[in-house]
Design a protein around this ligand. Structure first.
Ligand SMILES: N[C@@H](CCC(=O)N[C@@H](CS)C(=O)NCC(=O)O)C(=O)O
Length: 214
């Protein structure tokens, strides 16, 4: 399988961590969609909307991290998606929160503080990043804190699921953008996050990303 994408994307990271957690190997084809890579015909064929990640697997192409992970679970056997009705609903809920509310607030922070200055040679809109951190993010973290399990390291049930991978992946972009989760304000969220980031899959991924960030 080929994975097209840039590891600093929360959605590419989610797919890479998913593969690491279940020992699926892949060839990584680096694609930064906003640069010339976006014109790569193989990538364009795999990702009709031009977004990362996308895959090519034995001639089959697919884009969108959640779609790809559902495909891989169906192909290789369900491991990180539970079957029980309420659990599957909750996993999709967390995956969706990462893709919507959190992605919307990560974007101005990560893009303006990291992507524009480091990879595109442009000044980011630091005022927009600061505003997102100060005003938009805290109410989301407060709501998220209320959805965290009281005990335990997993968001759904007593084992790792796609919910943990998706949510912890997007929080890496806050970290790269200089935002940390205050354990005194959000104790359950902070505890769950540090437990998830301590997994070997995340440790390896973050080491690789540290090299990219220099
Ligand atoms: N819901 C999608 C989101 C993918 C996405 O928005 N990727 C961004 C990078 S983080 C992208 O490719 N942006 C380039 C563009 O929109 O042109 C997924 O889970 O894969």
């Amino acid at each position: 399988m080929k994975i097209f994408g840039a590891p600093l994307s929360p959605f590419v990271r989610k797919l890479m961590i998913y593969c690491a957690e279940r020992d699926l190997t892949y060839d990584h084809v680096p694609i930064f969609p906003m640069g010339p890579d976006g014109q790569n015909p193989e990538f364009q064929a795999a990702s009709p909307m031009g977004k990362i990640p996308a895959i090519e697997d034995d001639g089959f192409t697919l884009a969108d991290s959640s779609a790809i992970i559902h495909y891989l679970e169906a192909k290789h056997g369900a491991l990180l998606l539970p079957k029980e009705a309420q659990a599957v609903g909750r996993v999709i809920f967390f995956d969706e929160i990462a893709d919507t509310a959190l992605a919307a607030v990560t974007a101005p922070i990560f893009f303006n503080r990291v992507v524009l200055p480091k990879f595109m040679g442009k000044d980011g809109d630091l005022a927009a990043a600061d505003k997102a951190e100060r005003e938009t993010l805290p109410p989301i973290l407060e709501k998220l804190e209320k959805t965290m399990p009281e005990n335990g390291n997993f968001l759904v049930g007593d084992a790792l699921t796609l919910a943990d991978i998706a949510l912890a992946s997007i929080f890496v972009n806050f970290k790269h953008g200089g935002v940390s989760v205050d354990a005194s304000a959000y104790p359950r969220l902070a505890a769950w996050l540090s437990a998830t980031w301590a997994r070997p899959s995340f440790v390896r991924q973050l080491a690789m990303e540290a090299k990219i960030l220099g």
